[in-house]
Design a protein around this ligand. Structure first.
Ligand code: CU
Length: 164
């Protein structure tokens, strides 16, 4: 009886390790691949809702985390030629959404700012129409301190509501 119980516990533990370890390992490496840390700034989930159709405008989203003790100010984003990028906010009043330009974004110490669909976004204009899906678009984030951070943004389809 006692031996059976020990065997059963051992089996359960082994099964648990076999079943869950590969998955937790995979999740960790995926998270690491998506996260980029430079000094006090951590960047996660950088992606573009890529619109290769007419108009050539797309939007980029990212989470920027300030791990430091001082506030940081994002003052601009630049995109590779011929595209150009702007900081935008979507404001919905009485059911009507419109976009407004943001000059800068302050991120207080220990907090994060999230660019996401229906909220703040990095507006991309004059985008090339022939980019390969799931490749990366390199955007450069500029901060008031003079720091510049080059970040790979994954190209995702128009239907995506989060990183693909
Ligand atoms: Cu916009």
């Amino acid at each position: 009886m006692g031996l059976r119980l020990i065997f059963s516990i051992t089996f359960t533990v082994c099964a648990f390790i076999l079943v869950f370890l590969p998955f937790s390992g995979q999740t960790m490496s995926q998270k690491q691949a998506m996260s980029q840390i430079s000094g006090e700034i951590s960047v996660n989930n950088a992606w573009v809702r890529y619109n290769p159709m007419s108009g050539r405008s797309s939007a980029a989203y990212v989470k920027i985390e300030n791990l430091g003790n001082n506030s940081v100010r994002l003052v601009g984003v630049s995109a590779p030629h011929p595209a150009h990028a702007m900081l935008h906010q979507t404001i919905t009043t009485d059911g009507i959404s419109r976009m407004s330009h943001l000059d800068s974004i302050d991120i207080a110490a220990g907090t994060s700012f999230v660019f996401e669909p229906r909220g703040a976004h990095i507006m991309l204009m004059n985008m090339p129409t022939d980019l390969e899906m799931k490749t990366n678009l390199m955007l450069e984030l500029s901060f008031a301190s003079g720091k510049k951070l080059e970040v790979p943004f994954k190209l995702c389809p128009l239907t995506a509501s989060e990183i693909c």
